[in-house]
Ligand binder design. Structure first.
Ligand SMILES: [Zn+2]
Length: 231
């Protein structure tokens, strides 16, 4: 009876459903952390992209101003004209470099966006799994708890018929002897410690009244006589 209770307690503590759930929750936390990182990266890259875009626009408008002056025939000095044409070429190259940089930022932003979406999908899947595993854990816990409740009720019924001093002895021995307070006497052997009971002791046991509480001389456990005690 008490062995059954211990077994049920042990099963409650080591439920595979609870272990699986804990692993899932841990994985979910990892994915959530990664998702948070991806979102931060997206925000950083968006900012970087806006800046790159502004840089391109700034150089483009400078080029446009140059172009407008050239088109408007406002520059007549050949030296100045040449200098402005050279500057326009420089600005073209600068624009091209800045646009390349912006494109690279946009590609990284797309990648971060894809990562974030993938992680969000993973998170949604994990949420479903966590919830399924939580129900499985609750079901298993509930089932074992009901069995335990039943076992406790049965134990109480049995204990009600046992004298208080014997029950105290039983509880004390159980605590001292690894959870097993009683050994059956089977074929002249104590099943608690698996040692043979000596001949003289066997004779004493055979003669003892049926309600006498017997103890194993070797392991101290309460010795219970059965039809196969070999007396
Ligand atoms: Zn024994």
């Amino acid at each position: 009876m008490d062995a059954q209770l211990s077994q049920l307690d042990h099963r409650l503590e080591t439920l595979p459903e609870a272990v699986a759930l804990a692993e899932l929750v841990e994985r979910r936390e990892d994915v959530q952390t990664a998702s948070g990182r991806a979102m931060t990266e997206m925000a950083d890259l968006s900012r970087e992209q806006r800046k790159a875009d502004a840089d391109v626009e700034q150089v483009k408008s400078r080029r446009q101003r140059n172009q407008d002056r050239l088109d408007g025939g406002l520059v007549s000095d050949p030296k100045q004209l040449q200098a402005m044409q050279q500057e326009t070429q420089k600005l073209e190259r600068r624009i091209s470099d800045l646009e390349d940089a912006e494109l690279e930022v946009m590609e990284r932003l797309e990648q971060a966006q894809a990562d974030k979406e993938r992680l969000a999908a993973g998170l949604a899947t994990l949420d479903v799994q966590v919830s399924e595993h939580a129900s499985a854990r609750d079901d298993a816990t509930g089932q074992i708890s009901r069995q335990r409740f039943q076992a406790v009720a049965e134990r109480e019924l049995l204990v009600a018929d046992i004298p208080a001093d014997l029950l105290r002895l039983y509880d004390r021995l159980r605590a001292q002897l690894g959870g097993v307070a009683v050994g059956a006497l089977h074929q002249k052997r104590c099943e608690g410690c698996r040692l043979d009971v000596g001949g003289a002791e066997l004779a004493r046991i055979a003669a003892a009244p049926s309600d006498e509480v017997l103890r194993c001389e070797e392991c101290d456990r309460i010795l219970v006589r059965t039809h196969e005690s070999g007396l």
